[in-house]
Write a protein that binds this ligand. Structure first.
Ligand code: DC
Length: 233
């Protein structure tokens, strides 16, 4: 079972912030692939001096273990075994961001036993510190429904495909827009339609549509949404 804390370092925790003395500050950020949620979440974690967890890495690491073992995503027993054996050292993004791992992650994420195996670590993440920023698909609905701050980040599928294409090209991958768009549509459909913990906006989440927003604008708007919820409490 995962024990280690991720991207949690003492320097970050010493940074000034504007949390108004709030303790156990949990910020749940959800949204579809390519919405910009992970970049935004990381910036918010740095701003508030909070621990950060990209929960997609847990599903990606499970997918990689499965593929490395020569198994496929329809082997539920092997997938659960892979999820149960994930360690913090398996969560290096550099080895997990390929399209095949992304697609397989989306498939293993639909297996209830895989989600259960990965739940406890996510729930306990940031406990005992000032709080944490968690980013994924079901943080506000299932992992931390108790979070006071929830943001659902979205953007048009065309804009998300454009961004994903650019990211891939920057990494030296020869990405074709039409293929990336098709892949995103498939992943969206799978993530939204699965029976357990589908991609869904929590009822009390605030929506941030980043279609026409740069990351800097999205960051400013997210801080405004958080401040509004703080004063409303
Ligand atoms: O965020 P990402 O693209 O790295 O996530 C990869 C897959 O993992 C995504 O298609 C769905 C799944 N996932 C999930 O089901 N629940 C989460 N909290 C995070 C990711």
């Amino acid at each position: 079972m995962l024990q280690a804390k991720l991207r949690y370092d003492d320097d970050m925790l010493d940074q000034p912030n504007d949390m108004n003395g709030e303790t156990n500050f949990i910020l749940a950020i959800d949204g579809p692939a390519g919405s910009g949620k992970t970049t935004l979440a990381l910036k918010l974690a740095e701003h508030f001096g909070l621990a950060f967890l990209d929960t997609g890495l847990l599903y990606r690491a499970t997918a990689k273990k499965l593929l490395d073992a020569g198994a496929t995503a329809d082997d539920e027993v092997a997938a659960e075994h892979a999820a149960s054996s994930i360690a913090a050292t398996d969560l290096n993004p550099d080895q997990l961001m390929t399209e095949i791992i992304g697609q397989t992650a989306s498939k293993v994420a639909a297996i209830p036993a895989v989600r259960i195996a990965l739940l406890d670590f996510q729930r306990r993440f940031g406990d005992g510190g000032k709080g944490a920023v968690l980013v994924g698909r079901d943080i506000g609905t299932v992992v931390r429904p108790d979070a006071k701050h929830k943001i659902f980040v979205t953007a048009s599928v065309e804009q998300r495909a454009k961004r994903r294409c650019k990211q891939l090209q920057e990494r030296g991958v020869a990405a074709i827009y039409a293929n990336v768009l098709e892949e995103l549509c498939q992943r969206d459909a799978r993530d939204r339609s699965r029976v357990v913990a589908p991609l869904l906006q929590a009822e009390d989440a605030l929506i941030l549509d980043t279609t026409d927003q740069s990351i800097e604008t999205a960051f400013e708007n997210a801080k405004t949404l958080i401040a509004k919820r703080q004063t409303a409490a």
